[in-house]
Design a binder for this molecule. Structure first.
Ligand code: PRT
Ligand code: ZN
Length: 296
């Protein structure tokens, strides 16, 4: 569909729950995205990269066929597509931490659910027939899967199916329809997906460069820079408490013999509890700062 111009293509959702997060992530990775009039694509000013704005359901196909070398899509959409494929034609390069939800089987509140065997012989409405069939097969249950493209939560009320299997984030939609979740078929979040088709050396280098930048953004989202002061005898214990920190920098404090400043990048979340432990170990003047950019 798109001639190989040497430019890299990234498929992102045009509009919907993942659209803004996807653009923000690429911007944070340093891509200057032109806001042109073209609704289908946008050029990136500072790299030979084009974004393609599409329905999320089309993203797995685009990446599998290498029309786009990368895509950002929910794991649910990707795995549903993959459920119908003999061989995977893409790799999940990184989970992205947004668009979190779970594909769940839900039953009417009044139903006495006793485990997957309660689904045997029943009708279950879903937009994810591939994933639901896989779940049923894994549990050795035979049930009929009714495919719906939307408004799945209405199926029981409309008499289309007794049960549903739908995406849930807050659970409010299920609750409003008198349904309760009973099984989790898949935990999902947006992922960066990369084609398995071989790329030209120039494109492969660009793809690796882009991936490293995205990895850097993801790492900074969790990471914090910690600074604290501590007496020499506490340094060992403090180094053990710092979450996900490699060798911290230890600098003598001017005019305070036996006291040091400790600086460290922590690659895991830093909780209040961690700060309390640091203080108990002898640390003082503890500062936790966000990191703007990082290259691993
Ligand atoms: O137009 P296009 O086809 O691109 O978009 P779409 O309408 O198919 O998808 P969209 O934008 O609704 O969702 C895109 C992706 O967001 C999904 O594939 C999921 O990976 C992720 N996501 C995260 C969700 C939800 N949370 C979610 N809550 N997708 C859908 N929902 C729906 C769910 O289907 C149900 O109707 O929200 C309702 C439930 O929400 P709660 O909060 O009441 O539980
Ligand atoms: Zn869709």
């Amino acid at each position: 569909m798109f001639a190989d111009t040497g430019r890299l293509h990234i498929a992102v959702q045009k509009s919907g729950r993942l659209a803004q997060y996807s653009r923000d992530l690429l911007r944070d990775a340093g891509l200057r995205i032109q806001n042109g009039k073209n609704e289908l694509t946008a050029r990136v000013d500072n790299f030979p990269i084009d974004l393609m704005f599409v329905r999320d359901d089309d993203i797995p196909t685009f990446v599998a066929d290498a029309v786009c070398e990368f895509g950002i899509v929910g794991r649910n959409v990707l795995e549903e597509f993959g459920a119908g494929e003999a061989e995977p034609r893409f790799d999940v390069a990184a989970p992205l931490g947004f668009g979190r939800c779970a594909l769940k089987v839900a039953v009417p509140e009044s139903f006495d659910y006793r485990g997957p065997e309660s689904l045997a012989g029943e009708r279950i409405a879903t937009s994810y027939p591939g994933l639901l069939r896989r779940f049923l097969a894994d549990h050795g249950v035979e049930a009929s899967v009714v495919k719906m493209s939307g408004a799945v939560e209405l199926a029981p009320r409309l008499g289309i199916a007794r049960f549903v299997c739908d995406l849930v984030s807050t659970g409010a939609t299920l609750e409003a329809n008198g349904l309760v979740p009973v099984e989790t078929v898949l935990e999902s979040e947006a992922v960066l997906v990369r084609t398995r088709r071989p790329l030209s050396p120039a494109k492969a280098e660009l793809a690796d460069n882009l991936f490293r930048r995205i990895e850097g953004v993801l790492a900074t989202q969790e990471s914090k820079y910690i600074m604290l002061n501590a007496p020499e005898e506490a340094l060992g214990e403090i180094a053990d408490i710092l979450p996900g920190a490699e060798a911290p920098t230890v600098i003598p404090l001017a005019g305070r013999p036996g006291h040091y400043a400790v600086h460290a990048v922590c690659q895991e979340s830093v909780f209040w509890e961690t700060l309390q432990k640091l203080k108990a170990a002898g640390a003082s003047a503890i500062l936790v700062m966000p990191i703007e950019k990082m290259m691993l």
